[in-house]
Design a protein. Structure first.
Length: 214
């Protein structure tokens, strides 16, 4: 793992770019790789380097690969049994769009305690898998998912604790454009894995469609 100080994203060869889900510049333009100035021990393996301003930079090839793995994993579940949540302001529209496009269920408001564990609550849901935009801000949902024994897919920034996340997608989970990019890709790849995209049913959404308003 290279940790040299470098304020500019390291160049990627055409060969490396060719097997990414989107052009390398799509990731970098939207800041998907930009982390925080603090790192957790569990996220260390996903860090590529540290910039001159102290921000840790995530390895985009890891991000790209983990989006593929997450899409393949989520494709095993009925769409309506996938619950996507986000308490972050900039994560709420991407989560709703991901759910609308894929058929998943979403919650972008405050998670009422017991939503996954108390059948007597009006908003009770029974997901088979949980997708969180941030394990820290979505802690209530994460805790309940762990208590009922369902797997968790999580977008994790450099400073996140991943101990209860079964499948980590390393990404900037605070940025407006970054969140839109990751959820747009996750929705597209999930539909591809489920064979729901073809010439008659193309993916007619842009990253901007997933982006939260300012």
């Amino acid at each position: 793992m290279s940790m040299q100080e470098d304020p500019v994203t390291a160049p990627t060869s055409p060969q490396e770019e060719g097997d990414l889900l989107v052009p390398f510049e799509t990731y970098t333009t939207n800041g998907v790789e930009i982390g925080t100035q603090q790192k957790s021990a569990s996220m260390r393996k996903f860090i590529d380097r540290i910039r001159h301003d102290g921000l840790y930079v995530l390895n985009l090839r890891e991000t790209d690969q983990r989006i593929r793995v997450a899409a393949k994993f989520l494709s095993r579940f009925p769409p309506e049994k996938i619950l996507a949540v986000s308490q972050r302001q900039y994560g709420q529209k991407p989560v709703r769009m991901f759910a609308n496009v894929s058929g998943a269920t979403s919650t972008s408001e405050r998670m009422v305690p017991g939503s996954l564990t108390n059948p007597n609550l009006p908003g009770y849901v029974e997901p088979k898998v949980l997708v969180v935009a941030d394990p820290a801000t979505d802690l209530q949902a994460l805790t309940e998912a762990v208590s009922i024994g369902i797997p968790v897919v999580g977008l994790c920034d450099v400073n996140n604790d991943t101990r209860n996340v079964d499948l980590v997608i390393p990404a900037n989970n605070k940025g407006r454009a970054s969140l839109a990019t990751v959820y747009w890709l996750l929705a597209r790849e999930l539909l591809r894995e489920q064979k729901r995209l073809d010439t008659d049913h193309p993916f007619n959404y842009s990253i901007e469609d997933f982006q939260a308003p300012l």
